[in-house]
Design a protein around this ligand. Structure first.
Ligand code: C2E
Ligand code: MG
Ligand code: MG
Ligand code: MG
Length: 274
């Protein structure tokens, strides 16, 4: 399925700084070309409602296959896009693809509408025009903002006032907001209660170590905390039946991971709902 990432930096690691900079410039222009010729692919990874045993929604994850280097990890090209402000057109492209996918999803009347969660990076959050552009694109595709969930990585939640304003504006527009990679960043619990996230996404590191009773205790506490805060909770990186059963027994409502499904081409993801 091509879910393996080769680091573009790996080869350049031993080269002198000048070469590295040159490499970056070359890679940047390749990324720009990829964007223009629509060579970036948005994939959708299913998110399971564990109890109802149905796909509740998806997370959009972007893929770039470089013509010579092969697949480039999003961790690398998103960072590159951030540095060069290419992240703005990349983000807009991802949203277009997501809206197109949402438009193609027809759910029978009365059944819950699936959502798509979209990762938003630091530069994008600093862009004051971001939400207005989001709303314009949603309107153009006739997609309800309620079907869009904005994912903000915990390590970006440094400026609480800024994040709080963003959450308010998203809610005002009818969009949902998730705190991504919960437990890995600067999880300042003293501030968490002030931020009205709709969803907490528990980082995959916790799920991987649930066999450790002390880690399991933390997962249990996080599930309980999310519940008390009125937040949905998604366990990330679920890879085994055992992990899924444990999460279910702890009352965790949603799961995402290779066990449920890898990030899929949009058409395959949409077909999964039928
Ligand atoms: P993330 O938002 O935390 O996304 C989850 C990552 O975990 C994805 O990595 C996904 O492929 C991976 N994953 C899902 N299930 C499993 C599993 O069962 N086991 C393991 N080992 N991994 C699993 P990916 O696609 O490489 O993306 C890495 C990060 O890059 C994302 O982390 C997100 O922060 C960022 N990213 C990806 N696409 C975009 C995008 O379109 N825009 C922005 N701004 N960031 C993006
Ligand atoms: Mg995410
Ligand atoms: Mg995550
Ligand atoms: Mg992550």
């Amino acid at each position: 399925q091509g879910e393996h990432h080769a680091s573009p930096q790996a080869a350049a690691q031993q080269s002198p700084d000048a070469l590295l900079a040159l490499d970056k410039i070359r890679l940047e222009s390749h990324l720009r070309e990829a964007l223009e010729s629509k060579l970036l692919e948005v994939r959708l990874q299913p998110i399971l409602d564990i109890h109802a045993k149905r796909v509740a929604g998806f997370e959009a994850l972007t893929r770039w296959t470089h013509p010579e280097r092969g697949p480039v990890s999003p961790a690398d090209f998103i960072a590159l896009a951030e540095e060069t402000s290419l992240i703005v057109p990349v983000g807009d492209y991802v949203l277009h693809e997501v809206c197109g996918a949402l438009r193609g999803i027809a759910t029978p009347p009365g059944s819950p509408q699936p959502f798509i969660a979209l990762n938003v990076s630091g530069r994008q959050l600093d862009d004051p025009g971001l939400l207005d552009r989001f709303l314009t694109v949603l309107r153009a595709h006739e997609v309800s903002p309620a079907q869009l969930k904005v994912e903000i990585t915990e390590s970006l939640v440094l400026d609480y006032a800024q994040v709080s304003r963003i959450i308010e504006r998203c809610h005002g527009a009818g969009m949902k907001v998730a705190l991504d990679d919960f437990g890995t960043g600067y999880s300042n619990l003293g501030h968490l209660h002030k931020l009205q996230f709709d969803t907490l996404k528990m980082d995959q590191g916790f799920i991987r170590q649930m066999h450790d009773p002390r880690c399991l205790a933390i997962v249990r506490a996080v599930v309980g905390m999310a519940d008390s805060l009125g937040c949905d909770i998604v366990a990330e990186g679920v890879e085994t039946d055992e992990q899924l059963a444990t999460l279910d027994s702890l009352g965790c409502k949603y799961a995402q991971g290779y066990l449920i499904g890898k990030p899929l081409p949009i058409a395959e993801a949409v077909a999964l709902l039928r």
